[in-house]
Ligand binder design. Structure first.
Ligand code: HEM
Length: 358
């Protein structure tokens, strides 16, 4: 027997790998006209893997201090072999991962995969989305350039406007009243220790729940189950489809990272005034634009505070979607579909509006 086969037999004799893998080997995926939407969660997972690998490589040279962060990234970009590519892959993959997490979320929402018994799968997915946004927000400051400095300043200021808990949260995030070394240290530990640990735990829980309940079948397909319903084995059949989707995602990522490498901009100067046109990353643009459009006061209350509380409420309602729909009874599905469509149109149009006007 060849070396690897001997090693495999040796391990299998002790830990019985075959038995551990049985649930995966026996897993099946429903085959119907919407089955390709099941690929999106896998692509999000693949991109998370790319983030971890490229992030670890960046850590070999990155230095988390206000005097060295920008210089270390300039070194990575200009001096380290393929450093520019690793940095660009990390930046593009972050954007694609957040986009894919949103696409996956809306696809499971429209297929109504959040219904009983998958409420906890939905809630763990929402936590993952918030964690992804946290990665984006904390990572944005790390290059310590003008754009990242002022966008973080504005972002933490917005958090600070929330009544009662806002100011302590802002001070906690910044490590003081202003953005400085303490802020960079906090954002760095959030980005490379706290968020990855929470995300890995949450991804495992999410996948465990997906494995436990199996893939859902949308109601429109359920009705014609005898006509459309049949199952395909996850391993190797559906897994190979997953691998194909990952290859397409990776090819797109490589093309974007080489044709549009991540820029570094100018080093942050905390004493300079904020340049014109400061805006957050695209995934916060809808909220940013809404706050800009709101009047200064609404019913004698601060317009921005009303806006922030509105986002909080909408986020909480979206998190509790499966429970809310169940409470609405028979017509729940129709109402949630209207709310989803309205949410999607609102996010897309506000993002576009902000993009075109800033
Ligand atoms: C880092 C982010 C995420 C990763 C890596 C991830 C991964 C996955 C994977 C691999 C699957 C199985 C294949 C599929 O249905 O696509 C899945 C299913 C699922 N995910 Fe996610 N997911 C993430 C975020 C989310 C979000 C934001 C939501 C919604 C709030 C969500 C809700 C669900 C639900 C309900 C299912 C079950 C689908 C069904 O049974 O048909 N996930 N996820």
């Amino acid at each position: 027997m060849a070396g690897p086969a001997v090693l495999w037999e040796w391990i299998d004799e002790r830990v019985n790998v075959r038995e551990l893998l049985t649930p995966l080997m026996e897993k099946t995926v429903p085959r119907h006209r919407f089955s390709h939407w099941y690929l999106l969660g896998g692509v999000t997972l693949f991109l998370f893997g790319v983030q971890v690998c490229t992030g670890l490589l960046l850590l070999l040279y990155y230095r988390p201090s206000t005097t060295e962060a920008y210089e270390s990234l300039r070194y990575i970009t200009n001096r380290v072999e393929f450093g520019w590519l690793v940095r660009s892959l990390h930046s593009w993959s972050a954007n694609l991962m957040i986009f894919m997490a949103f696409a996956h979320m809306f696809s499971v929402a429209f297929l109504r995969a959040y219904r009983k018994p998958r409420e906890l799968t939905w809630i763990s997915g929402m936590v993952l989305l918030f964690l992804c946004l946290g990665f984006g927000f904390s990572g944005y400051l790390l290059p310590w350039n003008t754009l990242s400095f002022f966008a973080t300043k504005v972002g933490t200021e917005v958090a600070g406007r929330v009544p009662i808990v806002g100011h302590p949260t802002m001070v906690f995030l910044r490590g003081g009243e202003d953005i400085g070394s303490a802020t960079l240290a906090r954002f760095f530990s959030l980005h490379v220790v706290i968020l990855p640990a929470l995300t890995v735990g949450m991804v495992l829980l999410h996948l465990l729940l997906v494995q436990k309940f199996g893939m859902s079948v949308p109601p429109s397909v359920e009705k014609h189950r005898s006509r459309f319903g049949n199952e395909v084995r996850f391993f190797p059949n559906y897994f190979l489809r997953d691998v194909m989707a990952w290859s397409v995602a990776f090819a797109a990522l490589l093309i974007l990272a080489t044709l549009y490498p991540a820029e570094l901009g100018k080093k942050a100067d905390p004493f300079a005034s904020a340049p014109a046109g400061i805006k957050p990353e695209w995934y916060f643009l809808a909220q940013f634009q809404t706050l800009r459009l709101l009047p200064a006061t609404i019913l004698h209350l601060d317009g921005e505070v009303i806006g922030i509380l509105g986002f909080g409420l909408a986020g909480a309602a979206w998190l509790g979607l499966p429970l809310l729909e169940a409470r609405l009874g028979k017509n729940g599905g129709r109402w949630t579909r209207v709310a989803m469509l309205a949410g999607l149109v609102y996010l897309a149009s506000m993002t576009l509006y902000a993009y075109l006007t800033t």
